[in-house]
Design a protein around this ligand. Structure first.
Ligand code: SF4
Ligand code: SF4
Length: 60
């Protein structure tokens, strides 16, 4: 399981990537993406996202 970013709502602010302790989040073309294998579900990214477009495994 891993956290996910709803790409349509992401404004590429980068806040989530700064908070991620495992460097699982990177910038993509039109949004940021979470690399599933690196995510440990700590939830830090979800807490800082101004768009609330990151969901945890409980929502998937
Ligand atoms: S849940 Fe934690 S480890 Fe996973 S992408 Fe977000 S900040 Fe990184
Ligand atoms: S914090 Fe939210 S809006 Fe900002 S880059 Fe990450 S997913 Fe996108």
């Amino acid at each position: 399981m891993a956290h996910r970013i709803v790409s349509e709502d992401c404004i590429s602010c980068g806040s989530c990537a700064i908070e991620c302790p495992t460097e699982a989040i990177r910038e993509a073309k039109d949004c940021y993406l979470i690399e599933v294998k690196k995510c440990n579900d700590c939830g830090s990214c979800k807490e800082v996202c101004p768009q609330e477009c990151i969901s945890g495994p409980e929502n998937s």
